[in-house]
Design a protein around this ligand. Structure first.
Ligand SMILES: [Mg+2]
Length: 366
C-alpha cells in the first residue's frame, strides 16, 4: 500500500467554560487534523495539537514538519511512516511528539481498517502480541473539573456524579493559601459524597515544601492520587514529597518519552504514570510505557490533552489495552470544548467510555 497524499486542516476549538490549571487558564485548543490518503482507497486520520502552555510547541511547529514531508512521503510505501516517526522522535524539538502521534495514528488507522479490526484490537494483535487483551468494550473514565471558583467546581462535580461518573479529577494549585485549597477540595468531596473517587492534579504548581504541607492537609479527603504536585523537572523533589505524604503520586508532565518514564521510575518519584500518546509521540511509545510501568510495579492510566474527537479516540484505543481492572482514564474531555470535529464522539455512559468497534480509529469528520 502506498501513500497517495498527506493533508492537514487547522482547527480552533474554544473551551466551553472557565478551565484553570496551576500553569495557565486554558481558553482555546488549536491544532490540525491530519488525513493520510493511500492508493488502496483507505484514508487515515490523526490529530496534532501541541499544548503551548505546557511546552509542547505551537501549531506552526507542527505545520513546518508536515509541510516538509508532504511531498517527500507521497508515493512511498505506508510502512515508511514508522521510520519517519521514529526519526522525528529521536530528533525531538517543539511539536515533534504531536506530529509523530498524528502521522502514526493516521497510518495505524489505515492498517487497522485494512485488517478489518478496531484500532484497539489491531494494536493488541500487532504491537503487543496479545490479541485477546482488548476484548474490553468500555474504559472507565473520570470527569475533569477545572472551574477555579469553589462553588462552580462543586456544582460541576455534583453534575458529573449525577451523570454517572465514579471518579472526579479536580485541578488544584490555584488557591492562594493552603486553607483555600483545603476549602475547595473539601467542598468538592462533600459534593460527590464518600464513595466516588477523587483525584487531584496540581500540574506542577507547588514547591516541594508547599506540596508536602498542602497534601498533608488534604489527606483527610480520601484522595485516590494527585498528579504532578511539583515541577516536572524536579524528580528528586517529587520523590521527597512521595516519601512524606500518604497520597499516591502520579507523574504526568515529565512523562514525555520512554526514556523519561524510565528516569521517573529510577528516581522513585511516582506510584503511577500518566500516559498521553500525543505527548509521548504516539501509540507505540504509549504501549511501551505501559509495559515499562507494569514491569516496575507502577500503575498507569491514559489521558488526552483535551483534544478533538480524533485525538480522544486514539487515546481510547490505547487505554483499551491497559490491563484489567482498567484504572479511571482522563478521556471524557470532549465536553470541555465547544466541539469535537467528529460525527460521533465515543459515548460516556455510567462513567465508562465505549471503544469504537468499527475497523480502524472509527472516527468520521463532520
Ligand atoms: Mg495532569
Amino acid at each position: 500500500m502506498k501513500i497517495s497524499g498527506l493533508h492537514w486542516t487547522p482547527y480552533r476549538l474554544p473551551f466551553a467554560g472557565a478551565f484553570g490549571t496551576a500553569q495557565a487558564n486554558l481558553r482555546v485548543r488549536e491544532g490540525f487534523i491530519i488525513r493520510l490518503d493511500t492508493d488502496s482507497g483507505l484514508t487515515g486520520l490523526g490529530e496534532a495539537a501541541p499544548l503551548p502552555e505546557f511546552g509542547g510547541g505551537y501549531p506552526a511547529d507542527v505545520e513546518r514538519w508536515l509541510a516538509g514531508w508532504a511531498l517527500e512521503i507521497t508515493g512511498q510505501p505506508l510502512a515508511n511512516i514508522e521510520p519517519l516517526v521514529a526519526g522525528l522522535l529521536a530528533k525531538g524539538g517543539p511539536g515533534a511528539a504531536a506530529t509523530a502521534f498524528s502521522l502514526e495514528t493516521a497510518a495505524f488507522d489505515v492498517l487497522a481498517q485494512a485488517a478489518n479490526l478496531p484500532l484497539s484490537q489491531w494494536l493488541a494483535t500487532n504491537l503487543i502480541n496479545s490479541p485477546d487483551h482488548s476484548a474490553t468494550k468500555t474504559v472507565p473514565v473520570n470527569a475533569t473539573i477545572g472551574q477555579p471558583q469553589q462553588q462552580a467546581a462543586s456544582e460541576a462535580a455534583r453534575q458529573a456524579v449525577a451523570a454517572g461518573f465514579r471518579c472526579v479529577k479536580l485541578k488544584v494549585g490555584m488557591a492562594a493559601t493552603v486553607a483555600g485549597e483545603v476549602a475547595r477540595v473539601g467542598a468538592v468531596r462533600q459534593a460527590i459524597g464518600p464513595l466516588v473517587k477523587l483525584r487531584l492534579d496540581a500540574n506542577g504548581g507547588w514547591t516541594v515544601p508547599q506540596a508536602v504541607e498542602t497534601l498533608k492537609a488534604l489527606e483527610q479527603f480520601d484522595l485516590e492520587l494527585v498528579e504532578q504536585p511539583v515541577a516536572p523537572v524536579d524528580l528528586a523533589g517529587m520523590a521527597r514529597v512521595r516519601r512524606e505524604v500518604t497520597i499516591p503520586l502520579a507523574a504526568d508532565e515529565p512523562v514525555t518519552s520512554l526514556e523519561a518514564a524510565r528516569a521517573i521510575i529510577r528516581a522513585e518519584s511516582a506510584d503511577c504514570l500518566v500516559i498521553k500518546p500525543m505527548v509521548v509521540g504516539g501509540l507505540r511509545v504509549g504501549l511501551e510505557i505501559m509495559e515499562l510501568a507494569r514491569a516496575a510495579g507502577l500503575g498507569c492510566f491514559v489521558t488526552t490533552t483535551i483534544d478533538s474527537g480524533v485525538g480522544i479516540a486514539a487515546a481510547l484505543h490505547l487505554a483499551a489495552n491497559l490491563l484489567e481492572p482498567i484504572p479511571y482514564c482522563g478521556l471524557a474531555t470532549a465536553s470541555l470544548l465547544t466541539g469535537t470535529l467528529v460525527k460521533q464522539v465515543p459515548l460516556v455512559e455510567g462513567g465508562r467510555m465505549a471503544v469504537p468497534r468499527k475497523p480502524g480509529l472509527g472516527m468520521e469528520l463532520l
